[in-house]
Design a protein around this ligand. Sequence first.
Ligand code: SF4
Ligand code: SF4
Length: 72
Amino acid sequence: MKKLILNPERCKGCSLCIKVCPDKVLEYDTAGFNAHGCHPVKWKGSCRLCGMCYLICPDYVFEIRDEATLER
Ligand code: SF4
Ligand code: SF4
């Protein structure tokens, strides 16, 4: 089974993924800053794994992985 991974340290806060998400389940995590000095994106709701955020993010924040290989 596929799983979408989010690496908040890579996020530069461009908002492209937030705009493209069809279900509007991405938002900025205003609780803290990452290494770029940005509020990184986080999920606020259930994700349907459409892959749009993965395709549009210029900074490789999202990864699609097989659940069986996640711990490796
Ligand atoms: S995979 Fe699709 S539904 Fe899930 S967060 Fe990304 S754009 Fe939104
Ligand atoms: S598209 Fe990538 S860099 Fe831009 S806000 Fe989304 S996760 Fe961050």
